[in-house]
Design a protein around this ligand. Structure first.
Ligand code: NAP
Length: 241
Protein backbone atom coordinates (compact mmCIF):
# COMPACT_ATOMS: atom_id res chain seq x y z
CA UNK A 1 0.00 0.00 0.00
CA UNK A 2 1.30 3.45 -0.83
CA UNK A 3 1.71 5.90 2.03
CA UNK A 4 -1.12 8.41 2.49
CA UNK A 5 -0.36 12.11 1.96
CA UNK A 6 -1.91 14.71 4.30
CA UNK A 7 -1.81 18.50 4.39
CA UNK A 8 -2.48 20.51 7.56
CA UNK A 9 -2.89 24.29 7.30
CA UNK A 10 -1.79 26.64 10.10
CA UNK A 11 0.52 23.96 11.45
CA UNK A 12 3.38 25.97 12.96
CA UNK A 13 1.98 25.66 16.48
CA UNK A 14 -1.00 24.74 18.62
CA UNK A 15 -3.55 22.19 17.43
CA UNK A 16 -2.25 22.18 13.83
CA UNK A 17 1.32 21.28 14.80
CA UNK A 18 0.11 18.47 17.05
CA UNK A 19 -2.27 17.22 14.31
CA UNK A 20 0.75 16.87 12.02
CA UNK A 21 2.58 14.88 14.70
CA UNK A 22 -0.37 12.54 15.36
CA UNK A 23 -1.01 11.90 11.65
CA UNK A 24 2.71 11.25 11.06
CA UNK A 25 2.62 8.78 13.96
CA UNK A 26 0.06 6.83 11.89
CA UNK A 27 2.71 6.44 9.17
CA UNK A 28 1.13 9.13 7.00
CA UNK A 29 3.43 11.49 5.08
CA UNK A 30 2.37 14.90 6.38
CA UNK A 31 2.88 18.26 4.74
CA UNK A 32 3.03 20.96 7.41
CA UNK A 33 1.70 24.21 5.93
CA UNK A 34 2.87 27.54 7.31
CA UNK A 35 2.38 31.08 6.09
CA UNK A 36 5.93 31.90 7.17
CA UNK A 37 8.62 29.78 5.47
CA UNK A 38 11.12 29.94 8.35
CA UNK A 39 8.51 28.95 10.94
CA UNK A 40 7.35 26.07 8.74
CA UNK A 41 10.88 24.78 8.23
CA UNK A 42 11.61 25.00 11.95
CA UNK A 43 8.40 23.16 12.88
CA UNK A 44 9.02 20.41 10.29
CA UNK A 45 12.62 19.98 11.45
CA UNK A 46 11.40 19.53 15.01
CA UNK A 47 9.08 16.68 13.97
CA UNK A 48 11.71 15.16 11.67
CA UNK A 49 13.98 15.16 14.72
CA UNK A 50 11.35 13.05 16.50
CA UNK A 51 11.58 10.57 13.60
CA UNK A 52 8.45 11.58 11.69
CA UNK A 53 8.01 11.83 7.90
CA UNK A 54 7.10 15.49 7.64
CA UNK A 55 7.86 18.20 5.07
CA UNK A 56 6.80 21.85 5.07
CA UNK A 57 5.15 24.03 2.45
CA UNK A 58 4.44 27.76 2.41
CA UNK A 59 0.70 28.42 2.45
CA UNK A 60 -1.02 31.62 3.54
CA UNK A 61 -4.72 30.82 3.26
CA UNK A 62 -5.51 34.48 2.48
CA UNK A 63 -3.07 34.66 -0.45
CA UNK A 64 -4.27 33.09 -3.73
CA UNK A 65 -0.73 33.02 -5.19
CA UNK A 66 0.56 31.17 -2.15
CA UNK A 67 -2.29 28.64 -2.37
CA UNK A 68 -1.66 28.08 -6.10
CA UNK A 69 2.05 27.61 -5.51
CA UNK A 70 1.40 25.06 -2.72
CA UNK A 71 -0.97 23.11 -5.00
CA UNK A 72 1.66 23.01 -7.80
CA UNK A 73 4.40 21.92 -5.42
CA UNK A 74 2.31 19.11 -3.89
CA UNK A 75 1.03 17.98 -7.30
CA UNK A 76 4.58 17.84 -8.64
CA UNK A 77 5.94 15.95 -5.63
CA UNK A 78 3.03 13.65 -4.78
CA UNK A 79 0.46 13.78 -7.62
CA UNK A 80 -2.50 13.61 -5.25
CA UNK A 81 -3.69 14.43 -1.72
CA UNK A 82 -5.50 12.03 0.64
CA UNK A 83 -6.21 14.27 3.64
CA UNK A 84 -6.76 18.02 3.90
CA UNK A 85 -7.09 19.49 7.40
CA UNK A 86 -8.30 23.09 7.24
CA UNK A 87 -6.92 24.11 10.63
CA UNK A 88 -5.61 27.68 10.12
CA UNK A 89 -7.71 30.19 12.03
CA UNK A 90 -7.64 33.49 13.86
CA UNK A 91 -9.55 34.95 16.77
CA UNK A 92 -9.30 38.74 16.91
CA UNK A 93 -12.63 39.95 18.35
CA UNK A 94 -12.29 42.56 21.08
CA UNK A 95 -13.71 40.68 24.08
CA UNK A 96 -14.62 43.92 25.89
CA UNK A 97 -17.04 44.95 23.12
CA UNK A 98 -20.71 44.11 22.66
CA UNK A 99 -21.59 42.03 19.59
CA UNK A 100 -22.90 45.11 17.78
CA UNK A 101 -19.68 47.01 18.50
CA UNK A 102 -17.12 44.76 16.76
CA UNK A 103 -15.52 46.71 13.95
CA UNK A 104 -16.21 45.77 10.35
CA UNK A 105 -12.46 45.44 9.95
CA UNK A 106 -12.50 42.69 12.57
CA UNK A 107 -15.35 40.94 10.72
CA UNK A 108 -13.60 41.22 7.36
CA UNK A 109 -10.18 40.10 8.58
CA UNK A 110 -11.68 37.17 10.47
CA UNK A 111 -13.73 36.04 7.48
CA UNK A 112 -10.74 36.37 5.11
CA UNK A 113 -8.85 33.70 7.08
CA UNK A 114 -11.49 31.55 8.75
CA UNK A 115 -14.02 31.38 5.91
CA UNK A 116 -12.77 32.63 2.53
CA UNK A 117 -9.27 31.22 3.12
CA UNK A 118 -10.71 27.83 4.05
CA UNK A 119 -13.01 27.79 1.01
CA UNK A 120 -10.17 28.91 -1.30
CA UNK A 121 -7.78 26.22 -0.03
CA UNK A 122 -10.47 23.57 -0.38
CA UNK A 123 -11.40 24.62 -3.92
CA UNK A 124 -7.74 24.63 -4.94
CA UNK A 125 -6.95 21.18 -3.51
CA UNK A 126 -10.16 19.41 -4.56
CA UNK A 127 -8.69 18.20 -7.89
CA UNK A 128 -5.81 16.53 -5.98
CA UNK A 129 -8.26 15.07 -3.43
CA UNK A 130 -10.32 13.61 -6.29
CA UNK A 131 -7.15 11.77 -7.36
CA UNK A 132 -7.08 9.99 -3.98
CA UNK A 133 -8.88 6.67 -3.57
CA UNK A 134 -10.60 8.08 -0.45
CA UNK A 135 -10.09 11.80 0.13
CA UNK A 136 -10.86 13.24 3.56
CA UNK A 137 -11.42 16.91 4.42
CA UNK A 138 -11.58 18.09 8.03
CA UNK A 139 -12.78 21.63 8.67
CA UNK A 140 -11.62 22.80 12.09
CA UNK A 141 -14.65 24.69 13.33
CA UNK A 142 -15.66 25.41 16.93
CA UNK A 143 -18.58 24.79 19.27
CA UNK A 144 -18.69 28.61 19.19
CA UNK A 145 -20.10 28.22 15.67
CA UNK A 146 -23.05 26.22 16.99
CA UNK A 147 -26.22 28.33 16.76
CA UNK A 148 -28.00 25.79 18.96
CA UNK A 149 -25.50 26.17 21.82
CA UNK A 150 -25.04 29.93 21.44
CA UNK A 151 -28.80 30.53 21.68
CA UNK A 152 -29.36 28.21 24.67
CA UNK A 153 -29.19 30.05 28.03
CA UNK A 154 -28.37 26.69 29.67
CA UNK A 155 -25.27 26.20 27.49
CA UNK A 156 -21.88 26.92 29.11
CA UNK A 157 -20.94 29.05 26.07
CA UNK A 158 -24.18 31.09 26.02
CA UNK A 159 -22.39 34.21 27.31
CA UNK A 160 -19.36 33.86 25.03
CA UNK A 161 -20.42 36.32 22.36
CA UNK A 162 -17.47 37.11 20.07
CA UNK A 163 -19.43 37.55 16.85
CA UNK A 164 -16.85 37.74 14.08
CA UNK A 165 -15.18 34.53 15.26
CA UNK A 166 -18.43 32.73 16.17
CA UNK A 167 -20.21 33.61 12.94
CA UNK A 168 -17.12 32.68 10.90
CA UNK A 169 -17.28 29.19 12.42
CA UNK A 170 -21.05 29.00 11.78
CA UNK A 171 -20.20 29.79 8.15
CA UNK A 172 -17.58 27.01 8.13
CA UNK A 173 -20.27 24.62 9.36
CA UNK A 174 -22.71 25.76 6.69
CA UNK A 175 -20.03 25.42 3.99
CA UNK A 176 -19.27 21.89 5.23
CA UNK A 177 -22.92 20.94 4.61
CA UNK A 178 -22.84 22.49 1.12
CA UNK A 179 -19.62 20.70 0.14
CA UNK A 180 -20.76 17.38 1.63
CA UNK A 181 -23.79 17.55 -0.64
CA UNK A 182 -21.57 18.07 -3.70
CA UNK A 183 -19.31 15.18 -2.67
CA UNK A 184 -22.04 12.74 -1.60
CA UNK A 185 -21.60 10.44 -4.62
CA UNK A 186 -17.79 10.65 -4.52
CA UNK A 187 -15.23 8.82 -2.35
CA UNK A 188 -14.36 12.11 -0.58
CA UNK A 189 -15.84 12.87 2.83
CA UNK A 190 -15.90 16.28 4.51
CA UNK A 191 -16.74 16.97 8.14
CA UNK A 192 -16.51 19.85 10.61
CA UNK A 193 -15.00 19.34 14.04
CA UNK A 194 -14.78 21.08 17.39
CA UNK A 195 -11.34 20.41 18.91
CA UNK A 196 -12.50 21.30 22.43
CA UNK A 197 -11.46 24.28 24.50
CA UNK A 198 -7.74 23.74 24.09
CA UNK A 199 -4.80 25.47 25.82
CA UNK A 200 -3.06 27.20 22.89
CA UNK A 201 -1.89 30.72 22.02
CA UNK A 202 -5.48 31.37 20.89
CA UNK A 203 -7.04 30.21 24.15
CA UNK A 204 -4.90 30.59 27.27
CA UNK A 205 -7.82 29.41 29.44
CA UNK A 206 -8.52 26.17 27.58
CA UNK A 207 -9.46 23.01 29.49
CA UNK A 208 -7.81 20.43 27.23
CA UNK A 209 -4.13 19.83 26.60
CA UNK A 210 -3.08 20.12 22.95
CA UNK A 211 -2.75 16.34 22.24
CA UNK A 212 -6.40 15.84 23.23
CA UNK A 213 -7.30 18.91 21.14
CA UNK A 214 -5.80 17.40 17.98
CA UNK A 215 -7.52 14.06 18.46
CA UNK A 216 -10.85 14.88 16.77
CA UNK A 217 -9.15 16.23 13.62
CA UNK A 218 -7.09 13.05 13.39
CA UNK A 219 -10.10 10.79 14.03
CA UNK A 220 -12.11 12.40 11.22
CA UNK A 221 -9.10 12.33 8.87
CA UNK A 222 -8.88 8.57 9.33
CA UNK A 223 -12.55 7.56 8.89
CA UNK A 224 -13.28 4.67 6.56
CA UNK A 225 -15.71 4.37 3.65
CA UNK A 226 -18.54 3.85 6.17
CA UNK A 227 -17.68 7.10 8.01
CA UNK A 228 -19.83 10.24 8.12
CA UNK A 229 -20.03 12.97 5.47
CA UNK A 230 -21.31 16.43 6.37
CA UNK A 231 -21.33 16.10 10.17
CA UNK A 232 -20.03 18.11 13.12
CA UNK A 233 -18.10 16.20 15.79
CA UNK A 234 -16.08 16.44 18.99
CA UNK A 235 -14.30 13.41 20.48
CA UNK A 236 -16.72 10.92 18.97
CA UNK A 237 -19.89 12.90 19.81
CA UNK A 238 -22.07 14.88 17.41
CA UNK A 239 -22.12 18.63 18.08
CA UNK A 240 -25.43 20.42 17.32
CA UNK A 241 -25.34 22.86 14.40
P1 NAP B 1 -3.15 29.06 17.35
O1 NAP B 1 -2.27 28.40 18.34
O2 NAP B 1 -3.39 30.52 17.41
O3 NAP B 1 -2.62 28.66 15.88
C1 NAP B 1 -3.23 29.19 14.75
C2 NAP B 1 -2.46 28.72 13.53
O4 NAP B 1 -3.10 29.29 12.37
C3 NAP B 1 -1.00 29.20 13.50
O5 NAP B 1 -0.21 28.16 12.96
C4 NAP B 1 -1.05 30.38 12.55
O6 NAP B 1 0.20 30.61 11.87
C5 NAP B 1 -2.09 29.88 11.56
N1 NAP B 1 -2.63 30.94 10.71
C6 NAP B 1 -3.25 32.10 11.07
N2 NAP B 1 -3.55 32.81 9.98
C7 NAP B 1 -3.11 32.10 8.90
C8 NAP B 1 -3.12 32.31 7.50
N3 NAP B 1 -3.62 33.43 6.96
N4 NAP B 1 -2.59 31.35 6.69
C9 NAP B 1 -2.07 30.23 7.22
N5 NAP B 1 -2.00 29.99 8.54
C10 NAP B 1 -2.52 30.91 9.36
O7 NAP B 1 -4.62 28.41 17.37
P2 NAP B 1 -5.19 26.97 17.76
O8 NAP B 1 -5.86 27.09 19.07
O9 NAP B 1 -4.18 25.92 17.54
O10 NAP B 1 -6.36 26.87 16.68
C11 NAP B 1 -6.33 25.99 15.55
C12 NAP B 1 -7.75 25.91 15.00
O11 NAP B 1 -8.63 25.40 16.02
C13 NAP B 1 -8.33 27.28 14.60
O12 NAP B 1 -9.10 27.12 13.42
C14 NAP B 1 -9.23 27.63 15.77
O13 NAP B 1 -10.26 28.52 15.41
C15 NAP B 1 -9.74 26.26 16.16
N6 NAP B 1 -10.26 26.17 17.53
C16 NAP B 1 -9.44 26.34 18.61
C17 NAP B 1 -9.95 26.23 19.88
C18 NAP B 1 -9.09 26.38 21.11
O14 NAP B 1 -9.65 26.30 22.24
N7 NAP B 1 -7.77 26.57 20.99
C19 NAP B 1 -11.32 25.94 20.07
C20 NAP B 1 -12.13 25.76 18.96
C21 NAP B 1 -11.59 25.87 17.70
P3 NAP B 1 1.35 31.64 12.46
O15 NAP B 1 2.18 30.82 13.41
O16 NAP B 1 2.08 32.06 11.23
O17 NAP B 1 0.62 32.77 13.13
Amino acid sequence: MTQKIALVTGATRGIGFETVRQLAAQDIHVILAARDRAKGTEAALKLQGEGFGVESVVLDVTDPASIASAVSEIERKHGHLDILINNAGIFIDATDKKPSEQSLETWRTTFETNVFGLVAVTQAFLPLLHKSAAGRIVNVSSALGSLTLLSDPASPIYNFKVPAYNVSKSAVNAWTVELAYELRESTIKVNAIHPGSVKTDMNAHGDLEIPEGAKTSVDLALIGADGPNGGFFHLGETVPW
